[in-house]
Design a protein around this ligand. Structure first.
Ligand SMILES: *Cc1c(COP(=O)(O)O)cnc(C)c1O
Length: 387
C-alpha cells in the first residue's frame, strides 16, 4: 500500500473527531442530542431562488460545462452587488471570479502564491481551512493570536519583523468565525498599510458580511484606499441566502492577483453549474426583505441564548454579527472538558474553542442555526443540569 503524502500525514487531526464519537455514542444510547455545534443555516433558501434554479435546470443550454471564471452575468451581478453594498467598483472580467463555494476558493488560493517553505500569517483561533490550505502547499503557518482583550483583532505590531518579511499571505476573517468579533475600516486601513509595506497579500474571508445585528454594517477591505492591489476578498452566498448546499461564492481583488488565481483554478475545477449561477444572480439582485427576516430570527435566538447563559453566571458576548455565540467556559474547565460536560449532563453539543486553535482554549462556540424550540429546550436542559 502506498503511503499518503507527507503533507497529508502532517495535517492536524480533525478536532471534532472525539466529540463526534461521543455524540454518536449518545445517539446510539437513545439520547435526544441538541446540536449547537455546526454553523449551517436551518432556514430554507428564498423561494424565488429555488424557482429560478428549477427553471434554469430544465434549459439544455445550461447543461454543458460552465465557463471557468463564472458566467459574465454572474460576475456582473456580483460586482454590482459589491458596488451597492460597499461602494467599491470591481471590473467583472478582470477582478471577479465565481467559486464552487468560498471554501473552495480559500483552499485553492494559497497554491497561487505559496512555495514549499513559504510563510502565511494565520489567525489563531480561526476557520481551519487557512491553516490546512497553507500546509497542503508545503508552506508554514505563522500563527497570529486573536485575544479577547484586543477584541480578537491581531496585534500587528506584535508580529515580528521577520515573520512580516517572510510572509506572502495574511488570512483574516471579519465578522469572525468562531469569536463573532467585528473589525472596522480603521483596522483594515492599518492592515492594508502593513501588507503593502511588506508585500503581503491580504486574504479576507468575508463570509458573514451580511449576518449582522443591531444596525451594525460590516465593511469590505476593498473600501480601504490602496487595498485592491494587495487584497483578495472571498464572499459566500451560503450564510446570506441560506445556500450552504448549493456551493457558490465569488472572490474580488486586484487584477494581477485574480489573473494568477485564474491560472490555478482553470487547472482544478470546471466552474459552477450555470443554473446555480443564474439562481445566485436572483439571490444577489433580490430585495433584502428575506435576509432581514432571517436576521430577525437569528437576532432573537442570539438574545435568548446569551441572556440564558448570562443568567447562569457565565460570560457570553452578545454578538454584533455571525451565527455564533462565543462563551468563556466556567472556572475549573477547559474547552473540551466543558464540551464533554454539556453533552453528558444536558445532551447538548457545542464546538470547543480549542478546535479552532490553541488561543481558542477556554471558550466554546454555540451556533444559532437551530430552531427556536430546540434552542429553548437546550437552554432549559443546561439550566437544570448546571444550576
Ligand atoms: C461557512 C464559512 C465559509 C464557507 O462558505 P462556503 O461559501 O459555503 O464555502 C468560509 N469561511 C467561513 C469563516 C465560514 O464560516
Amino acid at each position: 500500500m502506498a503511503e499518503v503524502s507527507d503533507r497529508v500525514r502532517d495535517l492536524p487531526p480533525y478536532l471534532f473527531a472525539e466529540i463526534d464519537r461521543i455524540v454518536n455514542e449518545k445517539i446510539c444510547q437513545g439520547v435526544d442530542v441538541i446540536d449547537f455545534g455546526i454553523g449551517d443555516p436551518d432556514l430554507p433558501t428564498p423561494p424565488h431562488v429555488v424557482e429560478r434554479l428549477c427553471r434554469e435546470a430544465a434549459d439544455p443550454s445550461n447543461h454543458r460545462y460552465p465557463s471557468y471564471q463564472g458566467m459574465p452575468e454572474f460576475r456582473e451581478a456580483a460586482a454590482a452587488w459589491m458596488f451597492r453594498r460597499f461602494g467599491v467598483t470591481m471590473d467583472p472580467d478582470k477582478e471577479m471570479l465565481a467559486l464552487v463555494g468560498s471554501k473552495e476558493g480559500i483552499a485553492h488560493f494559497p497554491i497561487t502564491y505559496l512555495n514549499p517553505g513559504d510563510v502565511a500569517l494565520v489567525p489563531d483561533p480561526a476557520y481551519p481551512v487557512y491553516q490546512t490550505a497553507t500546509m497542503l502547499c508545503g508552506a508554514i503557518p505563522y500563527y497570529v493570536p486573536l485575544r479577547e482583550n484586543r477584541h480578537y483583532l491581531p496585534d500587528l505590531n506584535a508580529i515580528p519583523e521577520e515573520a512580516w518579511r517572510k510572509a506572502k499571505l495574511f488570512f483574516i476573517n471579519y465578522p469572525n468565525n468562531p469569536t463573532a468579533a467585528v473589525a472596522d475600516l480603521c483596522f483594515f486601513e492599518e492592515l492594508v498599510q502593513y501588507c503593502r509595506k511588506h508585500e503581503v497579500i491580504l486574504v479576507h474571508d468575508n463570509a458573514y458580511s451580511e449576518i449582522t445585528y443591531d444596525g451594525y454594517v460590516a465593511p469590505s477591505v476593498l473600501e480601504t484606499p490602496g487595498a485592491k492591489e494587495v487584497t483578495i476578498e472571498f464572499h459566500s452566498l451560503s450564510k446570506t441566502y441560506n445556500m450552504t448546499g448549493w456551493r457558490i461564492g465569488f472572490c474580488a481583488g486586484g487584477e494581477k492577483i485574480m489573473e494568477a488565481f485564474r491560472r490555478v483554478k482553470t487547472n482544478i475545477d470546471s466552474g459552477v453549474f450555470n443554473a446555480i449561477q443564474l439562481a445566485a444572480i436572483s439571490a444577489l439582485e433580490g430585495t433584502r426583505s428575506y435576509l432581514e427576516e432571517t436576521l430577525k430570527i437569528y437576532s432573537r435566538r442570539r438574545e435568548k441564548l446569551v441572556n440564558g447563559l448570562r443568567n447562569m453566571g457565565w460570560e457570553a458576548d452578545m454578538p454584533k454579527a455571525t451565527l455564533y455565540v462565543w462563551m468563556r467556559v466556567p472556572e475549573g474547565y477547559d474547552s473540551k472538558g466543558f464540551t464533554r460536560e454539556l453533552l453528558e449532563r444536558a445532551g447538548v453539543v457545542v464546538a470547543p474553542g480549542s478546535a479552532y486553535g490553541p488561543n481558542g482554549e477556554g471558550y466554546i462556540r454555540f451556533s444559532l442555526t437551530i430552531s427556536d424550540s430546540r434552542l429553548e429546550e437546550g437552554l432549559q436542559r443546561i439550566q437544570s443540569a448546571f444550576s
